[in-house]
Design a protein around this ligand. Sequence first.
Ligand SMILES: CC(C)(COP(=O)(O)OP(=O)(O)OC[C@H]1O[C@@H](n2cnc3c(N)ncnc32)[C@H](O)[C@@H]1OP(=O)(O)O)[C@@H](O)C(=O)NCCC(=O)NCCS
Length: 161
Amino acid sequence: MNIEYRPLLPEESQMYRHIRLESLQKFPESFGITYEEAIKNEKLRIEYDIENQSADRFVVGAFAEDRLIGICTFVKNEDGHGNIYQLYVKEAFQGNNAGARLIGKLIDEASTRFGDMEICLEVKKTNLKAYGLYKKLGFVEINGDLQNKDDSALVMRYEPD
Ligand SMILES: CC(C)(COP(=O)(O)OP(=O)(O)OC[C@H]1O[C@@H](n2cnc3c(N)ncnc32)[C@H](O)[C@@H]1OP(=O)(O)O)[C@@H](O)C(=O)NCCC(=O)NCCS
């Protein structure tokens, strides 16, 4: 199947909301916020960023035909570093490189916008699938802290050869 990877457009913010909430419902153990917490917000923070096409915060989507089947979010910090959040691929599409290609497209897009920059992400220690994927793509474990205040997650930094 032909899958297109590209940043989401303003009119696609509702598609983002839908798939993001789905990811929290289906994989509650993978993320730092619960579905119940997120659904309280009439609008998610990133919906605003998509609608305003914020340069510093964007979402790359994987589209099968016109259907959004995966997402990955980029946020540039005030200190100029980049962080990756919210990676998710619908179950029926997992295991076919969509996750890898979402990250690849996000890194390309961030490099185009900002040039060389440090890019980090956080992954739950129990999430061996995501951890294995990040390792394969060139992320290495570092000492650090993005969001989690406990030790259930570890931080990885993109260090391509
Ligand atoms: C994590 C996730 C996005 C991966 O998406 P995907 O499209 O299935 O991933 P890909 O097909 O691109 O990559 C598969 C790679 O993951 C790794 N992987 C897969 N299963 C693995 C396992 N059981 N153990 C270790 N590594 C594994 C491998 O590196 C594999 O590459 P390979 O096929 O060359 O061996 C998807 O499983 C998902 O949405 N999970 C639920 C949400 C989540 O956990 N998000 C990450 C939050 S940090």
